[in-house]
Structure formats: structure tokens, C-alpha cells
Design a protein around this ligand. Structure first.
Ligand code: PAF
Length: 280
């Protein structure tokens, strides 16, 4: 397992791997890896020869009021987790390598990024697309694996890949859940025991909608109303949005279409922001 810190070293490595005919798989992360990330690494390892995990807490996707400073950083433990999951390289650049002094170029997707997360976090996806485009240019992956947990991020990245002609196959891994249904997230560690119990309402709301669809209910207003009702019964939860949308465009759907519609939820659990979704 090799740890790479500089952009030039990573670019040289990617060129050498391509020259040897190896397929490069990239798993972009911000570290604090949990079992969900390890699934992404294992999926990449099934499809590529050389697996690169990037670990970079990207400042441009956090608003000044958000948790950039407190975001967990545990590189040594993460490297061990990557190795155990089958990664070959960890690309963990310091901030100055990615955003040197005077840095001033950003990528903005202007449609899919606008609703939902884009409303409450207006600069977030600009940071995500910018850093992911950079990671694609630095690591030169043939494929990159992202988690369905960040449904809108996946849709925005797919759109960027199409619009900017990146030759990267975007692979999406299903959300991994704890045994009680809570979607795995690096931010779950912020939750107290009481908050964690209340947070289960999020997956309960999604599963209830899935059951309603299985029983024949397709109307978005009814699915959203039921999910919102379940969430609103928790004292600590403030709903940011509950929406049934197209998984590719993030535009509102009037009816659930199998495999195409996603019910997506964002809430404040006291001061912790949680998101989750389910493709219906
Ligand atoms: O999903 C994440 O962890 C981040 O948004 C990503 C894709 C690594 C970009 O910083």
C-alpha cells in the first residue's frame, strides 16, 4: 500500500499504470471511513486492477457555518482500512496541493445541483464538482465509485461527466445501513445515543414509503405526506426537505416510477444535518 501526497506523483503513477494497461478505479472520500466506504472500495476492486482511494476533506464544499474544522480526520486508521478492503494506493494530498495560493477556477453544474441540497447548501456542489473534476484529472481513473447515500451528488457528478466529456465510468454502490436501518455516514458519530434513536425515523419514513409503493400507492403527495408525518413525530428532528424526485435530474416527480424515482430526505437532528434516500 502506497500513500501519495503530491499531485505530480499521483499523475506520474496514473500515467505509469495506464502504460502497463491497468484499469484504474478511484474511490473519492473525505476519510473517516466506515463500512459503507469499504463496500465502495471492494466494488472498485472487483472491476479495476489498481485501486486508488482519495482522502481529502475538501474545504470548498463546506459553507463557513458548516463542520469543516470538526470533520473527523484519522488518516492512519483510514489507510489501514483501505488496505484491508483491497486498495492499492491512498491519495491524501495536503490542502495546498489541491488549492494552491491564488487558486481561482471552479466548476458549476447549473441544473441538477440547484434543488434540494442546492437550496440549503448553495455552494456545496460547486465544491464537489470542482474537487471531483480535479481528482479525475489527477488520478486518471477509468471508473469511479460513489455511494447512493448522496443521491444528488451522484446525479450531479454523472451530469458533469457527460457535459465535460470525462472518460470515467461512474459506478454507484447501494447505501449500506446499520442493522437497525440507519444509513451509514461519517456524521453519525456526531449523534448522541438519544439523537441516534430519533434518527431511525428517517429510515422508517423511507421504508414506509417503499411499503406504500409495494401496496400500489404511487402518488408523490401521499408518499411525501406519510414520510413527513413519521419524521415530525420526533422532537429533535426539523425537516429540511422530503421530496420524490427523478434520480437523474432531481426534478420533482408526481408519481413514483420504479427504479427511476427517489424519495429523498434531509433533516436537522438538533445541530447535526442528516440525509438519506431510497430509490422506489
Ligand atoms: O462524498 C464525499 O465524501 C465527497 O463529497 C467527495 C465525493 C469525496 C468529494 O469531496
Amino acid at each position: 500500500m502506497q500513500i501519495i501526497r503530491s499531485v505530480s506523483e499521483m499523475q506520474a503513477l496514473a500515467a505509469a499504470l495506464h502504460a502497463q494497461g491497468q484499469i484504474i478505479g478511484l474511490v473519492p472520500t473525505m476519510g473517516a471511513l466506515h463500512e459503507g466506504h469499504l463496500t465502495l472500495i471492494r466494488l472498485a476492486a472487483e472491476r479495476a486492477d489498481a485501486i486508488v482511494v482519495s482522502i481529502f476533506v475538501n474545504p470548498t464544499q463546506f459553507a463557513p457555518s458548516e463542520d469543516f474544522n470538526k470533520y473527523p480526520r484519522e488518516l492512519e486508521a483510514d489507510v489501514a482500512r483501505c488496505e484491508a478492503a483491497g486498495a492499492d494506493y491512498v491519495f491524501a494530498p495536503p490542502n495546498e496541493e489541491i488549492y494552491p495560493k491564488g487558486y481561482s477556477t471552479y466548476i458549476t453544474e447549473e441544473h441538477v445541483a440547484k434543488p434540494l441540497e442546492g437550496v440549503s447548501r448553495p455552494t456545496h456542489f460547486r465544491g464537489v464538482t470542482t474537487v471531483v473534476a480535479k481528482l479525475f484529472n489527477i488520478c486518471r481513473p477509468d471508473l469511479a465509485v460513489f455511494g447512493q447515500k448522496d443521491a444528488q451528488q451522484v446525479a450531479v457528478i454523472r451530469k458533469m461527466v457527460i457535459d465535460l466529456h470525462f472518460s470515467v465510468d461512474v459506478i454507484v454502490a447501494p447505501t449500506l445501513r446499520e442493522a437497525d436501518g440507519l444509513a451509514m455516514s461519517s456524521r453519525n458519530r456526531y449523534l448522541t445515543a438519544t439523537q441516534r434513536v430519533e434518527a431511525l425515523a428517517i429510515s422508517r419514513a423511507l421504508f414506509k414509503a417503499r411499503d406504500m409503493v409495494a401496496a400500489g400507492e404511487r402518488r408523490a403527495d401521499r408518499l411525501v405526506a406519510e414520510a413527513t408525518h413519521i419524521l415530525s413525530q420526533q422532537r429533535r428532528i426539523r425537516v429540511i426537505y422530503v421530496a420524490l424526485v427523478s434520480r437523474t435530474t432531481m426534478e420533482p416527480a408526481r408519481e413514483a416510477i420504479t427504479g427511476e424515482s427517489v424519495l429523498t430526505i434531509a433533516v436537522w437532528m438538533d445541530d447535526v444535518r442528516l440525509i438519506d434516500n431510497l430509490v422506489l
